[in-house]
Every structure is written in structure tokens, then in C-alpha cells.
Design a protein around this ligand. Sequence first.
Ligand SMILES: C[S@@+](CC[C@H](N)C(=O)[O-])C[C@H]1O[C@@H](n2cnc3c(N)ncnc32)[C@H](O)[C@@H]1O
Length: 236
Amino acid sequence: MPTSVSDRTGYWDRYAEGRSDHQASREEALKGAFGWTQYPGHGPGDEILGHPATTLELGCGRGDAVAALAARGVAATGLDLSPVHYARARERWRDLPCAQFVHGDAMDYLTQTDKEWDAVYSIWGAVWFTDPGELLPRVHDRLAPGGRLVFAHAPAVPGAYGVQGMYGGGFTGRQVWIYRWAYEPDTWSSILADHGFTDIHARVEPAPEPGLLGTLIVQSRKSRPHRMDDLTSSKV
Ligand SMILES: C[S@@+](CC[C@H](N)C(=O)[O-])C[C@H]1O[C@@H](n2cnc3c(N)ncnc32)[C@H](O)[C@@H]1O
């Protein structure tokens, strides 16, 4: 099965071009900018990242969540594959000294960088669109000890798990497709544990109204190495 995606960059650029929310004022964009669910003002906020000094968002789009963290002093980096999204985010938030934007693919970037972050997160972003078997070791490697990986996207369609293919140009448009990965919360917990993550909490956050689609939210950590005195006392 091919794991590459046809014209991913073009797909995400067209997605970025189609969004009108980049026209919102900066004040509006920052208000409630940090949310995990598709319902504005609903669900947890950035508290589930803990108290990071450094963060990396994988697939940051227009960069509002990065800006919200940077505005309160977090050294916040946003990475995005789409040149359109990257350019807009950079232009819009260029006066925030703690915000940094990078153009690139999540796998490539994490493989090449030697930086570490206290929290890596993805809001309906690159984690959804990258094979977890390839991505999770890279994220684990670049997290500081005790650092958190948190991500959110749509819950799996019941019975449809693993890689999902989607035509991005409609059925009469250009031959473009992308892949997403979908699992139930329990399966996400096992996948993360298999990749060395701990303190895993995977769930579907209910929608604000009964009957509407909820949001998959997954929290996890990279464990801290044991201190020598912990090891000594455990032998007694
Ligand atoms: C659905 S949008 C979400 C954007 C933003 N997080 C938000 O909540 O508005 C998905 C974003 O992920 C980016 N993306 C998808 N795959 C990526 C990858 N492999 N590496 C980096 N960014 C990626 C896309 O360019 C797009 O901006």
C-alpha cells in the first residue's frame, strides 16, 4: 500500500485558500484561540498541556493557537506543510517574539531537528494525517523527559480503523488523495504505550449537544528517567 500522498501541499494550500477565518481581527483570533474541539469555546483548553516553557504544534494552520501560547510567554513553534498557511501565520503573528513558524512536513522536521520540547501537540493537524507507526517514535525522541504529546481530531467512524483514504478534489476533480489514521481511544492507548508513552488518557469529548459528533482527545507523556535514589529505595 502506498503511504505517500499525491500533491499534499497543493491539497492543504487549497484548503488554506478556502478558509475565510484568517480575516478575523487579531483580538478575535486570540480570544478562545486555544481549543481542541470543532465547537468554539467548548472542551478543554491549553491547561492539558501542563505548564510548558516550549511547545511545538504539528500542523498549526493559521497559527492562532501558537500565538495564544506565545502571548503568555511560552516559546511556541508552529509547523505547517502548506506554504499558504505558513506565510499567513508568519505575517499575522510576526510581532510576537515568542512565536516561531516553520514551513515543512512533520516527519521531515522531527527527523532533522535536534531541538526538544516540553509539549508537542496537534489540533486536527499533522498527527491525524501521518502514520502513527512512523510519527510517534520521532515525537517521543524530540520530547523532553516528562514532556507531553496531546492531539485531537474527529473520532473514528465506527468499524473503520487504521489508514483511511479520501479524495481531496471531489469525484469529478483532480486526482488528489490524502490519508488519515483513525482508531478508537483504547487502540490509541495501546499504540502510544507500545511507543513508550505513559500517563495516557484517550477519550471522546462529548459535543455540546447530544447527538452531535464529539472530539477524540488524546493526552500522553514521555516518562522521566528514574532518579538514582528511587532505584536504591526500590531495592530495599
Ligand atoms: C485541518 S487543518 C488544522 C489547522 C489548525 N491546527 C487548526 O486547528 O485550525 C490541518 C493542518 O495540518 C497541516 N498538515 C497536514 N499534514 C501535515 C504534515 N505532514 N506536516 C505538517 N503539517 C501538516 C495542513 O497544512 C493544515 O494546515
